[in-house]
Design a binder for this molecule. Structure first.
Ligand code: ATP
Length: 228
């Protein structure tokens, strides 16, 4: 398996006190890896460190086997994509203009996302939250990044939109992308994930396959209920 992005002994914080304590994880080409854990356990911090938005005080991020030194904006030009709960489309532009701005062909996007076909010429600000997020994700995936870091894509959205976003993420991985997925809907995340890491207080508390996680769901849920 080809490791696309990995955290090696990663220690990261926002000041002198670390939030991640020697974190080890990796995401390979073609897999969806779910990063689960209670609020404040360090999931977003992990994604920000992998993306290069936070510098480690110890350890390193590896990109395709090499130590990653590039800052965030350069990593996103070299095959890394980040999508968060914030729908990062330009609300005053149409869906079509948003796609063109990212050098993405709108006609190709609607083949994979037919639900956007009737909305291409509407301003993004007039789309529903779910449509905005599908547009955000479609735009990111259409650029065929090597890795996608997805942070709470479905926050505040209806269950069928959550399923739609996760299905899109799964098919992207099936075509070779490495996906690290932070998702509050644990069961839905496990349905599309290959492997799972559970974070607790900035450390990996459990890791295994999604099938093992489903079998151990009570243990994983107790990690949530126990606070961070
Ligand atoms: P949630 O599910 O609530 O988003 P999370 O698992 O993503 O939580 P993080 O957001 O990574 O967790 O937060 C981990 C720890 O880092 C928490 O204790 C949080 O208070 C702290 N933290 C997060 N962002 C900052 C910041 N900008 N400055 C200082 N501390 C921060």
């Amino acid at each position: 398996m080809t490791s696309i992005i990995a955290a090696c002994d990663l220690e990261v914080g926002y000041g002198p006190i670390p939030v991640l304590h020697g974190l080890e994880l990796e995401v390979n080409a073609g897999e969806v890896v779910a990063l689960l854990g209670p609020n404040g356990s360090g999931k977003t911090t992990t994604l920000m460190a992998l993306a290069g938005a936070l510098s480690p005080s110890r350890g390193e991020v590896r990109w395709k086997g090499e130590v990653a030194h590039l800052p965030l904006y350069q990593r996103t030009r070299h095959g890394l994509s980040i999508v968060t709960e914030e729908r990062s489309v330009v609300m005053s532009l149409t869906a079509r203009q948003n796609l063109r701005l990212a050098r993405v062909d709108p006609e190709a996007v609607v083949v994979d996302y037919p639900e956007l076909a009737d909305h291409l010429d509407r301003k993004a600000g007039l789309l529903s939250g779910g449509q905005q997020q599908i547009l955000t994700l479609a735009r990111a995936l259409a650029r065929r990044p090597d890795a996608l870091l997805a942070d709470e894509l479905s926050l505040g959205l209806a269950p069928q939109i959550t399923s739609r976003l996760l299905t899109a993420v799964r098919s992207a991985a099936d075509s070779g992308m490495a996906v690290l997925l932070v998702e509050q809907h644990v069961r839905k995340a496990l349905q599309v994930a290959d492997r799972v890491y559970v974070l607790r207080q900035g450390r990996i508390d459990w890791s295994g396959t999604a099938a093992q996680a489903l079998a151990n769901q009570s243990r994983i849920e107790s990690s949530y209920l126990g606070g961070n």
